[in-house]
Design a binder for this molecule. Structure first.
Ligand SMILES: Cc1cc2nc3c(=O)[nH]c(=O)nc-3n(C[C@H](O)[C@H](O)[C@H](O)COP(=O)(O)O)c2cc1C
Length: 176
């Protein structure tokens, strides 16, 4: 059974990326790894090998999943440094050929595309099977009807395309 994981890449406690991730997690019954709750340490080889519990939890959740929705905020015209740092703990064996949908959350001043482009480059280096469709969400209106409809429509299609059904989305969420 396929298992889709949402990764929210903002470290901020009041993160909108986190809210979008939680909304998707509830609607589609997906696992959610939220960096605003579980922030990884700065990557280096010693931390990498030192059995850090959050790093290990992140690695386990990513390795168990076989499809992803990755959400990055746009900060200063780029993707989240915290998310890039987290992905540096992984390698292509985690993501190789796995369907991956990219979302960015931006301030609403026509930002977001640079964060998506950077995230796309990183996910390509990790050999993910990146969906061609992608979405920028404007933080101030993220939960307005038009925005929710667009988000739902794109994720419905992504989910259907990857043959996931509600009963099999997530072992953790379904309590199995
Ligand atoms: C440090 C910082 C830099 C930002 N830079 C940009 C930017 O370059 N372009 C943009 O559209 N929004 C920018 N924003 C607005 C954020 O994208 C917006 O607040 C969004 O909600 C951030 O995602 P988060 O709430 O998940 O952290 C910035 C916000 C912060 C805190």
């Amino acid at each position: 059974m396929k298992n889709m994981l949402i990764i929210s890449g903002s470290p901020r406690k009041s993160s909108i990326s986190s809210k979008v991730g939680q909304w998707l997690s509830n609607k589609y019954h997906l696992n959610h790894f939220d960096l605003s709750e579980y922030l990884l340490p700065l990557f280096d080889d010693s931390v990498h090998t030192a059995d850090n519990p959050i790093v290990n939890q992140f690695k386990e959740k990513v390795s168990k999943a076989d499809a992803y929705i990755v959400i990055t905020p746009e900060y200063h015209g780029g993707m989240s440094g915290s998310l890039k740092n987290s992905l540096d703990f992984l390698n292509k064996s985690f993501f190789k050929d796995k369907p991956t949908f990219l979302i960015s959350v931006a301030g609403g001043g026509k930002g977001g595309i640079n964060a998506l482009n950077q995230l796309r480059m990183i996910m390509r280096a990790l050999q993910a099977d990146i969906e061609s469709r992608q979405l920028v969400i404007d933080a101030p209106i993220w939960n307005e009807e038009a925005c929710i409809n667009e988000l739902s429509s794109l994720i419905d299609t992504f989910v259907k395309k990857n043959s996931l059904d509600k009963s099999g989305y997530s072992e953790d969420v379904m309590g199995l």
